[in-house]
Design a protein around this ligand. Structure first.
Ligand SMILES: C[S@@+](CC[C@H](N)C(=O)[O-])C[C@H]1O[C@@H](n2cnc3c(N)ncnc32)[C@H](O)[C@@H]1O
Ligand code: SF4
Length: 387
């Protein structure tokens, strides 16, 4: 199927800042520590070069959201953020209601830059609070205390109309009662959006080694499931239902940038290790850039982008990606769009078995979605339905 990209289709730009002050022992994101400092100006010039090169390939788009993720983008100077935003605005049209999010770590030093980010054009921050418990924060290797995180949230609230923060639950030794109290306290501090992630033990992290050695007492499957169910109940009651498996918002306050990924729209990935999805000549292309910051710089110098992998997705791959991403959303997927993308409908028999098991349901609008009780089994449901 030829994909048609109208000017009104959402188009997002993701900018990855790959540096952190220290590496958290659970994290496998593309983040690097540079004790000798980072030549920020040099990186910003390379981001500008990469933006220009990608915009030359997908010109004429209207940018509906920009997301500075990391790593720790709140280590960037506001002037760097400004320069990158100006460059995006030079090469594409910026929608009047563009959402510009920056991920920030909640230390006091970083919070002092919030006003500068707002002046630069950022209109939403997402803070990595992770826990409101000092013992847990220490175990997670975080550099902030619970009070410092709450202070940073208060600064965010005073500067931005829209802010969100992240918490990690199903942490070592966490009980249902303790999580309920912590979550309620977080909700009292939240505005319209919260990201609540179950701790994942990622391979090649220090937590993985500790877990394997039996030194990390994380909740078993049953307790993790109860913690997940409790999270849904508490958030629903507070008017913050899950619109995605780990993301909660008041209706209308969803992160528009993340919706671009989950709804299968295009996004440019800028910076070390950023992924992109672009429609070129009617075909969907997956891009990936060099992950290591300095080799990424060298590649941008040599070829204009840090892209190391560029793959034309087949119709089946494009459709399955839509299924995989779309079923994470409470709104589910448009089955007609799946059929149009893949050239064949979803298997009605498999859907009916999953429906009988209570894992999926069809909405009043005819969309297919995973039920709340089916969400913890999402991977299995997707595997069952994919081509
Ligand atoms: C890419 S991180 C960047 C945010 C920022 N650097 C910070 O740490 O505050 C985005 C979020 O992913 C979540 N995260 C990272 N590793 C995780 C893991 N192993 N399990 C669950 N959540 C994780 C954390 O909540 C984190 O805030
Ligand atoms: S969780 Fe955030 S601060 Fe910690 S290493 Fe990962 S990206 Fe960096």
């Amino acid at each position: 199927m030829m994909l048609n990209m109208s000017l009104t289709t959402p188009f997002a730009v993701y900018v990855h800042w790959p540096f952190c002050l220290s590496k958290c022992p659970y994290c496998d994101f593309n983040s690097h520590v540079r004790h000798g400092g980072v030549d920020e100006a040099k990186f910003v010039r390379a981001y500008e070069t990469e933006i220009a090169a990608i915009a030359a390939r997908v010109p004429g788009r209207t940018v509906s959201s920009i997301f500075f993720g990391g790593g720790t983008p709140s280590l960037m100077q506001p002037s760097s953020v400004q320069a990158i935003l100006d460059c995006i605005g030079k090469h594409w049209t910026i929608a009047p209601d563009v959402e510009v999010t920056l991920e920030a770590n909640p230390t006091s030093v970083e919070a002092t830059r919030f006003r500068g980010y707002r002046t630069a054009g950022v209109n939403r921050v997402s803070l990595g609070v992770q826990a409101l418990d000092d013992v847990a924060l220490k175990e997670l290797g975080r550099l902030h205390s619970a009070q410092e995180a709450l202070d940073a949230v208060a600064v965010a609230r005073s500067i931005f109309d829209r802010y969100s923060f992240d918490l990690i639950y199903a942490r070592p030794r966490q009980s249902l009662d303790a999580w309920e109290a912590e979550l309620k306290r977080a909700i009292a501090e939240a505005a319209e959006h919260l990201s609540l992630y179950q701790l994942t033990i990622e391979p090649d992290t220090p937590f993985f080694g500790l877990h394997k050695a039996g030194k990390l007492n994380v909740p078993d499957e049953d307790l993790a499931r109860d913690l997940y169910d409790l999270t849904q109940t508490v958030c629903d009651a507070a008017g913050l239902p899950a619109y995605e498996i780990s993301n909660h918002a008041r209706p209308g306050a969803e992160c528009r940038h993340n919706l671009v990924y989950w709804r299968g729209h295009d996004y440019a990935g800028i910076g070390p290790g950023a992924h992109g999805r672009l429609t070129l000549d009617g075909r969907r292309i997956a891009t990936e850039t060099e992950k290591r910051p300095e080799p990424w710089l060298m590649r941008v110098d040599a070829q204009g982008t840090g892209i190391t992998l560029e793959e034309k997705l087949t119709a089946g791959e494009t459709a399955d990606e839509y299924l995989l991403m779309g079923l994470r959303l409470a709104e589910g997927i448009d089955v007609a769009r799946y059929s149009a993308l893949s050239g064949r409908p979803l298997d009605a028999k498999r859907i009916s078995i999953l429906r009988e098991e209570g894992a999926v349901e069809t909405t009043a609008e005819g969309r297919l979605r995973v039920t709340q009780s089916g969400f913890p089994l999402l991977d299995a449901v997707v595997a069952d339905l994919a081509a």
